[in-house]
Design a protein around this ligand. Sequence first.
Ligand code: SF4
Length: 295
Amino acid sequence: MSSLEQRIIDSVVELLRVTETRLPNDVLDVLKKSVSIEESQSAKAQLEAILKNVEVADKGSIPMCQDTGLIGFYVKLGDDFPIRSKLIELLNQAVRKATEKVPLRPNAIDPWTHKNTGDNTGRYIPIIHIDLVPGDELEITVMPKGGGSSYVAKLYSVPPVEGIKGMKKAVLDAAFKAGPLPCPPVIFGVGVGGTEDLVMFLAKKALLRPLNQRNPDPKIAEIEDELKEKINSLGIGPMGLGGKTYALGVNIEWAHRHPATFLVGVAIGCWAMRRGILRISKNGEAEIISHGVKL
Ligand code: SF4
């Protein structure tokens, strides 16, 4: 194994450790703000317990939730970065190593036999999406996705004649049905358009946008704000015990659609919205840019 390959494995293990133990600042900031917005004691208490949990995990470098998720990687592979198809095996090796080292809960189950592989790898797992981009760097974003929030993901086929109105109805329906199950407060990733596979990919990808970054399209940003307000007015509140904070944010990603379909995907990220970004140069310099950690 080359030194760059070893560097990638070790850096991804560290990326997984940092991501599992330190909540991104944008999510933390919104959680902190939510405490002052809440009036009910139970809602405040839930948020304060979450913040305490985050603090303990960070200080002790231990995962912030026992469900360390199914691991998903979103990779930008520079045209001139020297490692190509071998990257998939390196990411698998890193996940196996992180499962022992962080540690991560083994979460990859064979659906036919219910057997756990024990190392968080398996058929199509970890999930790996690779985009080829110009340049000589490798950028790896990781999003470990807990089962509670994936349990309530939804795909809707809205009559095209209903359009945006139907889309808003679908998102509210998803929120109402999710209720306390995904450990609220949560983040909504909404995919619009495309095909049945693409729209769910977009919904999940939408969760990668930090909460302090507005949608670049002002019309869509307005819809995101409107949906957030409407979802929060349902009164479900933190952990479903009532209150004003359910959606910490609503992020929309879209694609052009077929004339006969208007698909809407809803992915939900729980309060433990773990995401991290690692950048590696072809010389092996590595930094977890999402958390400001030089390796
Ligand atoms: S939904 Fe999130 S916070 Fe709740 S158990 Fe799953 S990973 Fe943990």
